[in-house]
Design a protein around this ligand. Structure first.
Ligand SMILES: [Zn+2]
Length: 368
């Protein structure tokens, strides 16, 4: 069952004409999808987009479910009846910023989430082997034009060609952190210092499109503070605006505060000639609780950042984590010079996810 392409092209033309009349909202970054003859799911998206993949086990009477969230919302949510192992495919709009492609499998379908990987095969192409499902039991369904030419250049930060096939997205079985699913901790018991790096005359790293580290980290820190406060955690910020604060006063504030934890937020940079270098890492100075906090934050940051390399929780000797007396870490939330990371760090919606990730990482360490 393949949707007639002409209808879709006509529809796309009509939507383009109708577009200025619609309220401002990001268009879906999902352009086309299909199950191919090899039993793979293929996606065509806008270049360098952020695709998140999720898996849910089957429940009594229900088969397993695999779904993908992409930025931008579809104009028209819809559902296609599948056949064989694939019961239904839905393209939905969980919120005004997101497209969700859902594959519902029949009860008894054996899918192992550890075997499911969404692989970026070009800037705008993705493929997932539906391993475990016989390809003969999968219908050839799809929507949109998968055969459109692959985008070679274009996309922020891309310099024409040179796609790095580093984008392998494992499926997540745990709900990614959002403002709504943060763990609870006893209210009024904990105090945390958040330290957005740089500020004022010191912009920190400056990357693709003039993206400034100071802006990214301040926004994420302010949002993290709000999330923690909503959970009854007292938060102290070493700065709340674009001012320059030296390192010793940051440490002094933290050490005076009697805080339980200290988290410094930064974004990495390499030369502008290295858009291929991306990834997230969290540093600690000493083992024990600092290491635990680094692991927790790193895990949550990776849960909202599929496709960027996991550089791990690692020892570091930064002044602010060396001199603070409480468990402390320094998180590098991505490369402002990286072609995968930079467009994400520039995206307010993604910074919201980063804040939820940091908050969850902190709350899990504070919690029981
Ligand atoms: Zn920095």
């Amino acid at each position: 069952m393949v949707t007639p392409r002409r209808t879709l092209v006509l529809l796309a033309g009509w939507l383009l004409l109708a577009w200025p009349a619609l309220p401002a909202r990001a268009a879906s970054s999902l352009f086309a999808w299909r199950i191919n003859r090899e039993g793979q799911l293929e996606l065509r998206t806008s270049p360098n987009t952020l695709v998140r993949a999720f898996f849910q086990e089957g429940r009594p009477g229900k088969g397993p479910r695999v779904w993908f969230d992409l930025p931008g919302a579809p104009i028209r949510p819809r559902s296609l009846r599948g056949e064989g192992a694939l019961v239904e495919v839905r393209v939905g709009r969980p919120d005004s910023q997101t497209t969700r492609l859902v594959l519902e499998f029949s009860p008894g379908t054996e899918l192992d989430p550890r075997q499911l990987r969404l692989v970026g095969v070009a800037r705008d192409r993705w493929r997932m082997d539906l391993r475990g499902v016989s390809r003969r039991s999968l219908p050839l369904v799809g929507e949109g034009d998968l055969d459109a030419p692959t985008v070679v250049a274009g996309g922020r930060g891309s310099r024409g060609g040179g796609f790095t096939p580093a984008t392998i997205t494992p499926v997540t079985t745990d709900n990614p952190p959002t403002a709504r699913n943060l763990p609870a901790v006893p209210r009024g018991r904990f105090r945390v210092v958040l330290d957005p790096g740089h500020g004022g005359p010191d912009p920190g790293a400056v990357g693709i499109g003039g993206l400034r580290e100071t802006d990214v980290v301040l926004d994420v820190a302010l949002q993290t503070a709000q999330l923690l406060q909503s959970r009854g955690v007292q938060v102290l910020l070493t700065r709340t605006s674009e001012v320059d604060v030296d390192l010793p006063p940051r440490v002094a504030l933290a050490n005076r505060s009697g805080a339980d934890l200290f988290v410094s937020l930064h974004a990495n940079a390499l030369s502008m000639d290295r858009p291929d270098v991306n990834g997230i890492e969290t540093f600690y100075f000493q083992g024990g609780r600092s290491y635990e906090l680094a692991l927790s934050i790193q895990r949550q940051l990776m849960a909202v950042s599929p496709g960027t390399p996991d550089r791990g929780a690692r020892p570091g000797r930064f002044f602010v984590i060396r001199r603070t007396v409480m468990p402390s870490v320094l998180a590098e939330m991505g490369f402002v010079t990286g072609e995968v990371d930079a467009p994400r760090l520039a995206d307010p919606g993604f910074r919201q996810s980063l804040a939820a990730a940091i908050a969850k990482g902190i709350l899990e360490v504070l919690g029981p």
